[in-house]
Write a protein that binds this ligand. Structure first.
Ligand SMILES: [Mg+2]
Length: 119
């Protein structure tokens, strides 16, 4: 269980993710709608884990991942991916992403991935 920041430009995705993570016993300490806002909130909140949607306006998930890992090498970052994003996944692995969760969300699998990374 831990403090989690959820970053996604889709309000629906944030709501679903928040519901699953809270049901699994985690605390959602913040939400952000794009990578730049997510990076700023990460700096302010220092959560135990952040979820980053790959496709977002202003600064995408890969850009936010790079900024967070550069400033906080011990951060735990889980990328939220959609179908057809293989090249983005490769880029995220190279940038230090800790894990991946696919959209559409599958509650049990998602909770397992988060638990594994956060421990
Ligand atoms: Mg998106």
């Amino acid at each position: 269980m831990g403090k989690i920041l959820v970053v996604d430009d889709s309000r629906t995705s944030r709501r679903i993710l928040k519901g699953i993570l809270e049901s699994a016993g985690h605390e959602i300490v913040g939400e952000a709608m794009n990578g730049e806002e997510g990076y700023q909130k990460y700096c302010d909140l220092k959560p135990d884990l952040v979820t980053l949607d790959v496709t977002m306006p202003v600064l995408d998930g890969i850009g936010a991942l790079k900024k967070i890992k550069a400033d906080f090498p011990d951060s735990k970052v889980v990328m939220v991916t959609a179908a057809g994003q293989k090249s983005k996944i490769v880029e995220a692995v190279q940038a230090g992403a800790d894990e991946f969760i696919p959209k559409p969300f599958e509650a049990e699998q998602l909770a397992q991935v988060i638990a594994k990374v956060i421990q």
